[in-house]
Design a protein around this ligand. Structure first.
Ligand code: FE2
Ligand code: FE2
Length: 141
């Protein structure tokens, strides 16, 4: 089992769907990290990376669906901007991988992505979930 991201590094903030998404994303990131460490086939790593990008995008869109009904538009805009940074980072990793599969996806690149994601969850997502709970927003969309 991967030690890239340990379950103890992920806290739940009260919105089950979002917390479950985070656990899913981190599980995929762990599989990708293990795959890189074990020198798995390029196809396998490419598939895992595509899965990670797709899972993150669906998750970001889910969180962003709450932005329209939140009272704090400034916080929503800042949160969206941070998602966009993550989107660009993921896109850059995918581009690097497509161009140079062997050289890319270094463990360091993945560690930087992990740290950014964990920090995002601890700050922007924790704040969003707290608001969803306190404003009783049960429906996104
Ligand atoms: Fe977020
Ligand atoms: Fe999130």
């Amino acid at each position: 089992m991967s030690s890239f991201i340990k379950p103890t590094q992920l806290r739940a903030y009260g919105v089950d769907e979002i917390d479950a998404d985070h656990a899913d994303i981190m599980a995929i990131a762990n599989r990708l990290f293990d795959g890189v460490q074990q020198h798995r086939a390029e196809q396998t790593l490419g598939d895992l990376l595509a899965e990670l990008v797709d899972r993150c995008e669906r998750h970001f869109q889910y969180e962003e669906s709450f932005f329209r009904v939140l009272r704090n538009a400034k916080a929503a805009a800042a949160h969206k901007a941070d998602h966009d940074i993550l989107r660009k980072r993921l896109e850059a990793i995918q581009t690097d991988f497509a161009e140079q599969p062997a050289a890319s996806h270094s463990l360091l690149t993945l560690a930087v992505l992990r740290d950014y994601l964990l920090e995002h969850i601890k700050t922007f997502d924790a704040e969003l979930e707290t608001r969803i709970v306190s404003e009783s927003l049960s429906m996104a969309c």
